[in-house]
Design a protein around this ligand. Structure first.
Ligand SMILES: NC(=O)c1ccc[n+]([C@@H]2O[C@H](COP(=O)([O-])OP(=O)(O)OC[C@H]3O[C@@H](n4cnc5c(N)ncnc54)[C@H](OP(=O)(O)O)[C@@H]3O)[C@@H](O)[C@H]2O)c1
Length: 313
């Protein structure tokens, strides 16, 4: 690992926060907000060049990899709070194994360095559901491993994050933009509670300043439960597109993945893992987050409006 930027010398007494996943969707949007907080920020990135133009001068860039324990040990030195916003779904054939290993490495390195709090964003879904997808099960397992470190861990569980650039939103956008008539798999009727990216970021920031306490799992979602087909219809309505959805019972998740790969820019492998998760209901069953935080997430219409205003293509 190498640390770049002279950084942080002006504020030696502010707590040091490590952000992982800063080159990704959620982490990339959290970074500028964290840089406005009274903290010193260090990002763990595999390729610092990806971030150099986007990070503030005062932000340290630590080159490292969650699968490389020594790089984590260094990156976590002196860290008070660490954000874990990483998944290995896109780079790995065996993402469950690698995500498990990465979380173990991170937990152990954080423990060794006396980190006080880990904040993790994972996925909604019911652990007791025998049909829970490997992706969602793996997200829950990562939270479990982080908690086992003994470090106070705050896990948020979210469904689809609505915002320009979020993979799941981009999938929805690509499909709806391109197909006037859609033959739809039945999982498009699965209940879900999407959340706007701004609301997710608000939760992630608020978790940093919670008083010290026990491990917590917060299920977070937007103001309403909808289906994926509702999302397609709402996107089309706001875009002024006429779209017909015809439901057919024959598309397996595997074929659905192929179907998406044909019409969307996302990689087939990631799309398939995400789709396997779409057949699981992802709704908030425990509303504790609304008691603990003053955040009142927006509804789907508003979340979509924000995403479209922010469109990246
Ligand atoms: N987006 C959503 O709709 C959504 C919904 C619910 C929950 N979440 C959760 O939010 C978290 C972040 O998701 P995201 O959508 O922001 O993901 P993303 O855009 O795919 O970003 C993943 C990040 O992980 C990093 N990463 C991958 N392998 C790594 C490794 N070996 N070492 C270090 N970093 C590595 C990537 O860095 P590189 O640039 O080097 O590849 C990237 O910064 C995940 O836990 C996800 O489950 C996301």
């Amino acid at each position: 690992m190498s640390l770049s930027s002279s950084s942080n010398r002006d504020a030696p007494f502010q707590p040091l926060v490590l952000l992982t996943g800063a080159s990704g969707y959620v982490g990339g949007r959290l970074l500028p907000r964290l840089e406005h907080e009274p903290v010193r920020v260090r990002c763990l990135v595999r390729n610092p060049d990806k971030l150099r133009d986007r990070a503030a001068q005062s932000t340290e860039l630590a080159q490292g990899d969650v699968l490389d324990f020594p790089s984590l040990e260094k990156a976590l030195q002196g860290v008070h709070t660490a954000y874990y916003l990483v998944h290995l779904m896109s780079g790995s054939k065996d993402f469950e194994h690698e995500d498990r290993q990465a979380a173990r490495n991170f937990a152990q390195a954080a423990q060794k360095n006396g980190v006080q709090r880990i904040i993790y964003l994972g996925g909604l879904g019911d652990d007791a559901d025998p049909k829970l997808s490997p992706h969602l099960r793996s997200r829950h397992e990562v939270g479990h491993i982080l908690r086992e470190s003994g470090i106070e861990t705050i896990e948020f569980r979210a469904g689809m994050v609505v915002g320009a650039g979020s993979l799941s939103y981009q999938l929805l956008k690509s499909l709806t933009d391109r197909l006037p008539v859609m033959l739809c798999p039945l999982w498009l009727k699965t209940p879900t509670q999407p959340i706007a990216v701004d609301d997710v970021l608000a939760y992630l920031l608020a978790a940093r300043v919670l008083p010290p306490g026990d491990n917590q799992i917060f299920e977070i979602g937007g103001a309403e439960v909808v289906t994926y087909s509702d999302l397609i219809r709402e996107y089309a309505r706001q875009k002024g597109l006429r779209r017909s959805l015809i439901f057919v019972p024959v598309l397996t998740p595997y074929l659905s993945g192929l179907w998406l790969a044909l019409v969307t820019p996302a990689s087939f492998e990631v799309g398939r893992h995400l789709i396997e998760g779409l057949k699981n209901p992802t709704v908030v069953r425990d509303s504790k987050a609304l008691d603990v935080f003053a955040i009142r997430p927006m509804d789907v219409k508003e979340a979509m409006r924000h995403a479209m205003a922010d469109a990246i293509d």
